[in-house]
Structures are given as structure tokens and as C-alpha cells.
Design a protein around this ligand. Sequence first.
Ligand SMILES: Nc1nc2c(c(=O)[nH]1)N[C@H]1C(S)=C(S)[C@@H](COP(=O)(O)OP(=O)(O)OC[C@H]3O[C@@H](n4cnc5c(=O)[nH]c(N)nc54)[C@H](O)[C@@H]3O)O[C@H]1N2
Ligand SMILES: Nc1nc2c(c(=O)[nH]1)N[C@H]1C(S)=C(S)[C@@H](COP(=O)(O)OP(=O)(O)OC[C@H]3O[C@@H](n4cnc5c(=O)[nH]c(N)nc54)[C@H](O)[C@@H]3O)O[C@H]1N2
Ligand code: SF4
Ligand SMILES: [Mo]
Length: 763
Amino acid sequence: MNTRKVSIVPPEEFAKLKITNPKEIAVGIPAVISTFQHISEEMGVIDGLKVLQKMNQTSGFDCPGCAWPDPDHHRSKLGEYCENGAKAIAEEATKKRVDTAFFEQHSVEELSQWSDYLIGKAGRITEPFYLAKDSSYYVPITWKEAFDKIGDKLQSLSSPDEATFYTSGRTSNEAAFMYQLFVREYGTNNLPDCSNMCHESSGTGLSKTLGIGKGSVTLEDIYESELVIVIGQNPGTNHPRMLAALEKCKKNGGTIVSINPIKEAGTNVFVDPQNPLKVLTGGTALEDLYLQVRINGDVAILKAAMILMLKAEEDRPGSVFDHAFIEKNCEDYPALLRHLRESDFGTCVRASGVSEEEIRKFADLLISKKKIIFCWAMGITQHENGVHNVQEIVNILLLKGSIGKPGAGTCPVRGHSNVQGDRTMGIWEKPPSSLLDALDKRFQFKSPRAHGHDVVDTIKAMNKGEIKVFVSMGGNFISATPDSEFTGEAMKKCDLTVQVSTKLNRSHLITGEEAIILPCLSRSETDKQNDNVQFVTTENSMGVVQKSQGSFEPASADLKSEPAIIAELAKVTLPDSKTNWDEMISDYDVIRNHIEAVIPGFGAYNERVRAKGGFYLPNGARDGEFNTASQQALFTVNPLPKNEIDPNHFILMTIRSHDQFNTTIYGMHDRYRGIHNERRVVLMHPDDMKAHGLVKEQVIHLTGHYGDETREARHFKIVPYPIAKGCLGAYFPETNVLVPIHHVAKESNTPASKFVEVSVNKA
Ligand SMILES: Nc1nc2c(c(=O)[nH]1)N[C@H]1C(S)=C(S)[C@@H](COP(=O)(O)OP(=O)(O)OC[C@H]3O[C@@H](n4cnc5c(=O)[nH]c(N)nc54)[C@H](O)[C@@H]3O)O[C@H]1N2
Ligand SMILES: Nc1nc2c(c(=O)[nH]1)N[C@H]1C(S)=C(S)[C@@H](COP(=O)(O)OP(=O)(O)OC[C@H]3O[C@@H](n4cnc5c(=O)[nH]c(N)nc54)[C@H](O)[C@@H]3O)O[C@H]1N2
Ligand code: SF4
Ligand SMILES: [Mo]
């Protein structure tokens, strides 16, 4: 047990809040200014511009920000990046360093009192560090000593299942493939990943209904769609270049609907910074219809719309639903019809929080349009009924035959830049047996068949003392996971925790008895093995696999690439392995040849990925083939969620500010929402403030309620905001302490981070 006096949650100090009106317009000149501020602060303007010129170019490296795709052919010479991509790169190319002198000065006990913002700003980690049992200071350790310690510990466990191996979504295909191979050769499927907290509900719902856990659309589809619905997603902040795609759709005559408890800037009006003239003359109004749904009112609104669609279909048979498509491709249509006929329209309208008039407008669009796309993210997946949300979206698309044809389909917009690729590579605690069989054949070992732990089950197992070693390939497990106090205590029970990281974060401070940091190269840096420069590959949100080659001087001469780290870990841990780990590192083409042999869809990988723009992976749903058990797409019946809470309580959604990438806090502003220089805020409707006797900037504490359990997050300021009534918004990771470990999506086990029942108490 780690007995250091560390603080698991960030300090409760306030910065200096300033509130302005929420912005109507996204991007434009303020975004250009913000871009230059971030790069010049971290790396100087000249270096910054050089790096940005390489980002998302076919000869450069993949943006380490989100997973939004790059255009297949035309890349802008001005650069293919957005404000947040620039921030992501500034953050990893920072000139600041976490080195021996830094750790001599600061103990982990002290650092844990820092905010996540300050911890992240400390800089890049320069060499391996070791935190001994009962010590509070990291000390340098050689790579060899570090690998030996980890290898010895892994070999000493009574079962491989006493170790767990987390992955965050920045890991390349090559590193991910080697990592899961190492972990399975070691003998466990304990491969939790950030996806478990993210789009797992999408993967689960889509696999079940359409036979593929990924989205079906391409960028071209968005351009030519007649109706794009953006639901539970904030693209202006989290996928900024998606706005350019929506703009093209609009220009081609498309209609855009957004469904969100907050009217987010961006889906509203967009000014493309790549188009200098427009920056000066105004932008494109993107959104045609905004529906202010109540938090978790999505099943209700989608069902209400389907009831209206059915009514119109019954009035004018054949005019709304695509019967030919349904007959040829779908199962369980009668069950859905029966359910819709039995459902009460008024109940659905009331549960959604949106007026009947507006729902009718939405339904009219669904009725009249034929090429429809739904884009969604965490507002859909992070609910107890997250899988049902996804399945309701699929129901609408299937009724319209809006799948497997141009301009139509599913678009779960993925978060981390390679989170989708990591899953394709086998980072999955529930691997299909086809993957395991292929691994066994290629590498001559017997892979474990029992499923492993996902994120939530890992935390529970750690808490019970069943996990002794925690290894993390990137990410920040402590700050990203729910129920911070519970998770922190669970992590402290481990014997050894190991983090492969670029930058310092809270997971280096809340550790097991012993801890090791293995510092790695970032995306933008040159990866040289045997004097040969290597490249890696990633898969974006639309299933395009692309090359990514860093070309900048590494932050320190003592860094290793993620694949090299995995190879060394594998060699010390598995001395009898028949796998030639060194060969893979000497030339990453060898890793890609293995991938080609094991993972379907990677034929001629090395050749095709060298082509400009990479290649598309096969996608059944895109081609109108549904690889479910019955080879048919499935309609599903999804009940209306009860959403019952105490009438004096609120529903809190834990969301991202404009100045963060998950747990990495770039800055203290949320520019579009008009919140400046403060993160400890709660967005509340002015009518709710009045009813509860609260005033602007009033300091409050939040108490989370789940069954008999309560959790506390203290010291937040109230920001009056036009959010749906009865709903609150606040940033994670500060509010993760309120998200109950047991409150998860059914079937996908994703923490319900967008639905936390809270009461608000004056400080
Ligand atoms: N700059 C930046 N980019 C990022 C990230 C980042 O942190 N910063 N993170 C990356 C990652 S890993 C991910 S997964 C994505 C996340 O991208 P998003 O899912 O856009 O991120 P969130 O801030 O979680 O926002 C969820 C949105 O859903 C809305 N919402 C919440 N609850 C509900 C609901 O019940 N119904 C509906 N209809 N809407 C709801 C919120 O108001 C908000 O607009 O972004 C990726 N890109
Ligand atoms: N309450 C609440 N909690 C949430 C969410 C929410 O909406 N609400 N969203 C969830 C979602 S969608 C996600 S995806 C998770 C994110 O969970 P994670 O992926 O675990 O978290 P990140 O903050 O993205 O990880 C950042 C760290 O990754 C390391 N890193 C950065 N680049 C690299 C690299 O190239 N290689 C390596 N090895 N390390 C690198 C750095 O050390 C950095 O500190 O959080 C989840 N948590
Ligand atoms: S949209 Fe996403 S991938 Fe594209 S530049 Fe911005 S952060 Fe990077
Ligand atoms: Mo995510």
C-alpha cells in the first residue's frame, strides 16, 4: 500500500473568473490569435510555425489532437490544422522539461497539491524515473534497471491476471499491435483503454445492429448529405475542422440540426480561418434548427420524431420509409412498429424537454430528406442508456434506408487521434476469437481466452487488491476515470505502477507502492532506429489508415519510442518468447507485415500506406453489408429512460472546456462559452438560480447522489447560462470525484459521466 500523503483530487482554489456573453461565432480571428499565443508561449513562434506546417500533411505527422479525418486529396498549403490542433502540438513541443533537477526540488506529495494545469505545464519528461517504496521523490534510473524491475515484478506474479495494461488513444497502430501481442503472450486480456470511457457505447450499439463497431460515413458523405444531425457533440471545441465539412455540406444545400442542452458556438456560425477573406467578412450560419434537449432526453426526442415519421408514413404509405431497403436488409421491423404505436407521443415530448412544435420541425426534416447522417459523441455515449441512444439513432437511419449509400450513415466522432486504430489493432479486453486464433498462428503461442477487465472493472479489481501491477501506455488514468477518491485509493493498493508518458500528470503522483516513468517520443519527433528514420500509422474516425512521420528533434536524447519500449519490456518479461522483438524495432515495416498477417483489411499494408493520403479499411455498413449474426441490420426497441431524480436536485453533465484536451489543461479559458480564467464553475439556467436563491458567481458545493451514496466536490462558482433547465454543466477532471464507479452504461460499462444527480449547497 502506498502510504504517501498525496492529494488525489485537484486543489479547490479559485483563479480569477470573468464572465462574458457566450459566443455565437466559432473560429475566426480570436482563434488565430489564440493559436499563436499557445505556440509562442510553449515553443516560440518560428519553431511553432515550422511544426504546424508539417501537421496533417501527407508527408508530415498526424495531428495528436482529435480523430477528425483530413481531406483525401486537397490539403491546404496554409496548413491543415485548427486552434486546438495547434494547442496539442504546442503542448508536446514545449521547451519546458521535467528532469532530475525538477524532481529533486519537488516531491510527489507536493506536486499532488498542484492543479492539473500546473502539473501539465511542468514540461516534457527527459529520462526514466523511479519512485521507491516509502520515498516521496522520483530519482533517475537507467532504462535497463527500469525494464529489469518491471520484468522481475511481472514474472513474480502468481497469475498474469494480476497485472493490467491500459492504453490511451494516442498510441500508434504499430505500438498498439506490439503492446497487445506482448500482453497476450504474457497471458492476460487485461487491456482496458480510454475507449471504455468514451465511444464504447457506440461500438456496442453499432456492432449489435449494423455488424461493425465503427462509423460508416466518409468526409465526402458529409459534404453531400441532405441532413446532418449533430447530437451530443461540441465540434467547435472538440473537432474544430468538422465545421469546415459542415460548411461544405451547407454550401451544397444540406440542412444541419443540432441537439444539445447547450447551444454550442460553432454549429451556430463558423468562420474558416483558412479563408482569410471570410475571417474579415463574416462566416457561414451552419445550424438550421437547434433543439435544446434536456440531459438524457435523446431517446425521448428520437422516439417522438419516429412516432411522427410513422404517422406520416401511414398517411402517405411509401413516402417516408425506405421499404425496399428495409425488406432487403433489416430484421425486427414489425417489433419497432409495434413499439412506436404503443408509445405515447406526449410522454416522449415532455421527457425530451423540447417543445412539440420544434420536434415537429425536426420530424418534418427526417420525413422529407433521404440522405441523412447522424454525428455524435459523448453526450450520447456517457449515459446509463448510452447503447440505447446509439440504437435509436440507428433505428431512424434504417427506417430511411440512410445507410450504405452516399451522403448517409453513422458518424460517431472519435476522440483521441488513434483510439479507433488501437481497437482495430486488438487493444480490447474482449477480443474476438478470430483475432486470438490469428495471433496464435502467426506467433506460435496460446493466447488467453478469458475476457479481461475494462476500465471500470480494473478499478474495482484494484480496489479488491486483485491487481498488483498497473502499466499505462500513455493517458492519465487517475484524472480521466470516474470516482476519483475511490480510484486513487484503488491505485495506491498496487505494488508497482508504470507509466509510458510524454508529460507529467497526476497518474505519476497517485501511484502504487513503487512507480516508474518511462518517457517516450511524441508524434512530431524523429523516431530513428538503427540510424533509419521510422514512421508509424494511425486510423482516423472514418477508417482511413495514414502514415505519420515526426521530424523534429526529440525533447531529450534519452527518450525511446513506444514500440522500442514495448519490445524491451517483452524481452525482459518473456525470455522464452519465440517472437523476434528486435527485428520489429529495427524496421517498423516488419511490425506492419505482422499486422497484415493478423488483422483483416491490411493487405499490402506497407505499400498502400505509403501512397498519398493512405487507404480506407473495409467497412461493411458503408457498403450496405451488415455483418451481424444474421447478416441483417437490426431494428431495436429501446425503452424511454426514467431519469428520475429528487425534484430539488439537478442533473450534471461533466464536459470539456475549450482550453483542455481531456486531462491536459491548455489554459484557463472557455472562450466560446464566455468563461474566462476559471475552471471551477457550474453552468446553471438563470431561472434555476432564482428558484434556488443563487446569484452570479456565488460559491457553492456540489453533492452527488447515487442510491444511498453521496460524494462531494467543493468550491465552484455559479455561471448563469442558457443551459436546459434542471441541468448543470461543469468541467472534468475537477468533477470526476462525483461520478459514481457503479453508474455505468448497460452493456458497454461506460461511466455515465453526463448524468450525475447532484444537489447544490451554498458555501
Ligand atoms: N480540444 C479538444 N478536443 C478534443 C478533446 C478535448 O478534450 N479537447 N477530447 C477528445 C476526446 S477523447 C473526445 S471523446 C471528444 C469529445 O467530444 P465531445 O463529446 O464533443 O465532448 P464533451 O465536452 O464531452 O461534450 C459533449 C457535448 O454533449 C453535450 N451533452 C451532454 N449531455 C448531453 C445529452 O444528454 N444529450 C445531448 N444531446 N447532448 C449532451 C454537451 O453539452 C456537449 O456539447 O473530443 C476529442 N477532441
Ligand atoms: N467526467 C468525465 N470523465 C471523462 C470524460 C468525460 O467526458 N467526463 N471523457 C472520457 C474520455 S472520452 C476519454 S477518451 C478519457 C481520456 O483518458 P486518457 O486518454 O487516459 O487521458 P488524456 O488526458 O488524454 O491523457 C493525457 C496524457 O497522455 C500522455 N501522452 C500524451 N501524448 C502521448 C504520447 O504520444 N504517448 C504517450 N505514451 N503518452 C502520451 C501525457 O502524459 C498526458 O498527460 O477520459 C474520460 N474521462
Ligand atoms: S480537427 Fe482535430 S485532428 Fe484536425 S487539426 Fe483540429 S485537433 Fe487536429
Ligand atoms: Mo474520448
